[in-house]
Design a binder for this molecule. Structure first.
Ligand SMILES: *[C@@H]1O[C@H](CO)[C@@H](O)[C@H](O)[C@H]1NC(C)=O
Ligand SMILES: *[C@@H]1O[C@H](CO)[C@@H](O)[C@H](O)[C@H]1NC(C)=O
Ligand SMILES: *[C@@H]1O[C@H](CO)[C@@H](O)[C@H](O)[C@H]1NC(C)=O
Ligand SMILES: *[C@@H]1O[C@H](CO)[C@@H](O)[C@H](O)[C@H]1NC(C)=O
Ligand SMILES: *[C@@H]1O[C@H](CO)[C@@H](O)[C@H](O)[C@H]1NC(C)=O
Ligand SMILES: *[C@@H]1O[C@H](CO)[C@@H](O)[C@H](O)[C@H]1NC(C)=O
Ligand SMILES: *[C@@H]1O[C@H](CO)[C@@H](O)[C@H](O)[C@H]1NC(C)=O
Ligand SMILES: *[C@@H]1O[C@H](CO)[C@@H](O)[C@H](O)[C@H]1NC(C)=O
Ligand SMILES: *[C@@H]1O[C@H](CO)[C@@H](O)[C@H](O)[C@H]1NC(C)=O
Ligand SMILES: *[C@@H]1O[C@H](CO)[C@@H](O)[C@H](O)[C@H]1NC(C)=O
Ligand SMILES: *[C@@H]1O[C@H](CO)[C@@H](O)[C@H](O)[C@H]1NC(C)=O
Length: 343
């Protein structure tokens, strides 16, 4: 089976006063629209760590056109011209957990570096850097692909992100999402504050790392404004370096099954949960108590359990191995009108 995968980025504008943002808007099969999507490949280990300085990239797939080099700074995501958008994505999904990426954003006005957690129904949690900005980083989120409001982004201070390696964390629980830099929390989004939970990312997600150019003539005026202006490719290369990635999966399992079309966390069944060490498993409440207290620190809290099953299924494993990506340059969006700009 050959699947086509549209990866890209979208930016939107409601008014010139609203901060700009971008959503990655990408899925192979949306389980809220299609009841026969394959189950997701899970992460059976409760922890996963990769050190890109060794050149190891196992468990990751590159988007079409992605060729990375690896050195003591880690994986180098290089942009030399406007047609490049190197992107790496995990072959596995995880279901609530903690992700930490040690990285340095790409320099260059108009160049966007990103860490994105993305689910099959377009729940999304983001970190985004604008290469022209040496003092701040954007946090953002989307629920079920709802991009109708672009008021969700915040900008937080960070020390020279294009020159200095930092550890960017996302602690994602049924109750809250907390973004952190070098271990210090910089934003918490409570479940109930995301449109009463409706816009709260809550389904198994992959980790995606990438860089693209928003400062080109292909982009609309507002995208270029958001990105800080046009990119001067004479100053290239612009390089994002990722040293390592750590994932703690609060619901380890071989597969995740979407048992209905609601896209709710309660509808996700974790299959084949036997793991070598599940001491960090986050056994979240399957009830709507998701609106409860934020878990910003350790991953050890537990209260109840998600529906779990040992009934097997491995179709997603092969599906994800055979994933083909078509990388779009960017999907620019003014108001609610989408315009595709294929490379
Ligand atoms: C639903 O998903 C299956 C499996 O990926 C695919 O073969 C089928 O074409 C999809 N149906 C629709 C209507 O998208
Ligand atoms: C999963 O855990 C096992 C046992 O601890 C280890 O050998 C293996 O390398 C881990 N796999 C990954 C992808 O981290
Ligand atoms: C992953 O590593 C392999 C082996 O070093 C290399 O051939 C391949 O190009 C790498 N893939 C990416 C996307 O960097
Ligand atoms: C960021 O700021 C530092 C310190 O002021 C400076 O050395 C560096 O050149 C700046 N980098 C960029 C990409 O502007
Ligand atoms: C961006 O950084 C690269 C090295 O990482 C450097 O070669 C290039 O001159 C820098 N460009 C700008 C505009 O700072
Ligand atoms: C960087 O972004 C922050 C937040 O949007 C903004 O206040 C600041 O002016 C920007 N700096 C530059 C150099 O664009
Ligand atoms: C999408 O989100 C906006 C605000 O964030 C909300 O007003 C709207 O009702 C949401 N749409 C759906 C379909 O949930
Ligand atoms: C996934 O859930 C659906 C709906 O409950 C069920 O029909 C299907 O058999 C399940 N798949 C696996 C692999 O367990
Ligand atoms: C994993 O967690 C389950 C549920 O808490 C527990 O019953 C089981 O003994 C644990 N397994 C291991 C190997 O720790
Ligand atoms: C999130 O919820 C917790 C617990 O109810 C509360 O203490 C905290 O202030 C809330 N955070 C925000 C940003 O509203
Ligand atoms: C999942 O667990 C069930 C029951 O223990 C087992 O029969 C099945 O083979 C397992 N599936 C995989 C893919 O390992």
């Amino acid at each position: 089976m050959r699947q086509q995968h549209i990866a890209g980025a979208a930016t939107a504008l409601l008014t010139a006063l609203v901060p700009f943002a971008s959503a990655q808007l990408t899925t192979d099969c949306n389980p809220t629209e299609n009841t026969t999507c394959p189950v997701d490949s899970g992460l059976s280990n409760s922890t996963y760590y990769i050190d890109f300085t060794t050149g190891d990239n196992s468990s990751w797939s590159g988007a079409i056109g992605t060729t990375l080099s690896y050195d003591e700074n880690g994986a180098a995501f290089v942009i030399e011209n406007e047609n490049q958008a190197p992107t790496l994505m995990t072959d596995f999904y995880f279901f609530f957990g903690y992700v930490e990426v040690e990285m340095r954003a790409a320099n260059g006005t108009g160049i966007v570096s990103s860490i994105v957690l993305e689910s099959d129904d377009l729940d999304e949690i983001d970190w985004e850097w604008l290469g022209g900005n040496n003092t701040s980083v954007e946090t953002n989120y989307f629920g079920k692909g709802n991009t109708t409001s672009y008021d969700r982004a915040t900008y937080v201070d960070v020390d020279t992100p294009c020159d200095t390696f930092h550890k960017y964390g996302i602690n994602w629980t049924p109750e809250a999402i907390t973004w952190s830099i070098d271990g210090e929390d910089v934003r918490t989004l409570n479940y109930s504050d995301a449109l009463g939970g409706k816009n709260f990312p809550q389904t198994p997600s992959r980790v995606s790392l990438g860089v693209w150019s928003a400062g080109t003539k292909k982009q609309n005026y507002w995208t270029v404004q958001w990105a800080g202006g046009y990119t001067d490719f004479d100053s290239a290369p612009f390089i994002m370096y990722v040293k390592n990635v750590k994932v703690i999966n609060y619901n380890p399992g071989m597969n995740y099954n979407w048992t209905d079309t609601t896209g709710s966390m309660e509808s996700i069944k974790v299959l084949n949960t036997t793991v070598a060490d599940n001491s960090t498993a986050y056994l979240a409440s399957a009830s709507a108590s998701a609106a409860g207290t934020a878990n910003t620190g350790s991953s050890s809290s537990s209260s109840g359990s998600f529906a779990q099953s040992s009934a097997g299924g491995d179709s997603a494993a092969s599906a994800s191995m055979d994933r083909a990506w078509i990388l779009t340059g960017s999907i620019s969006l003014i108001g609610f009108a989408l315009g595709f700009a294929l490379f």
